[in-house]
Design a protein around this ligand. Sequence first.
Ligand code: NAD
Length: 522
Amino acid sequence: MARQGGGGAQEGNPIGYNMTPKAPGTGRPQPLPPEVPGPVDKISPMQLNYIGNQSIASASGRTLPVIDPSDGLAFDELQRSDAADIDAAVSAARDCFEHTWHKVSAAERGRLLYRLSQKVAEHVDELALLEQRDCGKPVKQARADALALVRYFEFYAGACDKLHGETIPYQDGYSVFTWREPHGVTGHIVPWNYPMQIFGRSVGGALAAGNCCVVKPAEDACLSLIRVAQLAAEAGFPPGALNIVTGLGQEVGEALARHPGIDHISFTGSPRIGTLIQQVAAERHCPVTLELGGKSPQIVFADADLNAAIPVLINAIVQNSGQTCSAGSRVLIEQSIYEPLLERLGHAFESLRVGPAAMDLDLGPLIRQTQQQRVWDFLSDAHVAGIPMVAQGVVVDEAPQAGFYQAPTLLRDVPVDHRLAQDEVFGPVLAAMSFRDEDEAVALANATHFGLVAGIWTENGARQFRMAKRVKSGQVFINNYGAGGGVELPFGGVKSSGYGREKGFEALYGFTTLKTVAVKHG
Ligand code: NAD
């Protein structure tokens, strides 16, 4: 028998949603794949910071445990760094920028990034295994993330020597042109949900533009990034070009954002911490790129190709167990197809299986117990508000009790002002609501303080364009959904989803500053 709903410690679990009996056999577990020899153990027993191409313990000597979300057990240790370690990393980066990196030509930066992409490609299995263990990612997702990292470095390798300035027509007797210059030392604060992907898009762009980087990974997701920095050194990056300092957000993240030697901050994370970063950066007028949260709508009109839409709608909320900033967490359905589409989505949800990362099921565990509790709190509130549940997937019996599991859950008739329709759950919970016409669809889609991604499903070409224009978001997908899309596509939000763009060529403008040079020659 499989367990219904949330797994792990049951305290606080909204059991009201976990009582639907399942047909026998629907929760049949899949066999565990054979044991993979552990590169995880090769770099254990303790992870060190990576500064100036050297593995270095934190100045304080304090450490943090590394927890496997699949079983809730600690299997490694990280450095619990502080301001002194950030100081060392910023010094190494500054030294590299001033004395080495700025002399490296754009073409040579491109070659180094390409060599790094090849190194990552050679280590995809190892990196995927690290994130599988560290973040609870099912094998397929962990591999997809490692392969995306390869693509980020490939893309930015090719972009290095194509970042041009312009000439500007001005008064007679003048020549005016612009240079795109790197900021200098850039700080990167990375969340835990897609460590390799977010590192790739942020650090890849910053290095390509000629900056040196200091990176603070999330405390729950450091292992792969420490390893990538080692690979960068092997690829030939000079000491100080790429530095990793691990630790807690309020200790080491804030020290990075406050450091006067940081010339630009790229922050990806929650809107709450995004506000703190802006306040800290404002004190010294440091430019910031903010990639924050989302409550992205998928809008399904009655003329949509539902066979194409349904698997995409499901994947957009269950990928990475719903811990995706651009998760399609609201499905807005035209009234005439509301009931039949909910029925089909419900069947699909019931077939979803959740289990340990190594089992490579539809979903792995959530990242940590507090995240699991957060999802339970949302579901409890929904239960109290009488929001009906359509269907839930299944947590398999092999899932250890102490792991952080949550069955994917489909809820219907969610009132637009309920927190389930307004706030990020950051878990596999899909909120469905219906609309009568285009105007109501737009009003619902725009009725949150977020604006990251939107999906529009309709075969009507004119409506596709009208909707794409009226929906407030940084990306719009029509008859597909990319959860951020490929590495080439500029990504970022409006409203509380942040500002600035990463990914694609556009990111390079954010990682450079523009200098205008006016020459009077008569
Ligand atoms: P978070 O804001 O808690 O943490 C993000 C990072 O900030 C971590 O590295 C953390 O250690 C650090 N941090 C925490 N407190 C800090 C402080 N006081 N000063 C400086 N740094 C600090 O977010 P999270 O829980 O790790 O990630 C989930 C959030 O990130 C969600 O809101 C999600 O939507 C968002 N996110 C956005 C994108 C995007 O591209 N828009 C991508 C992934 C995640």
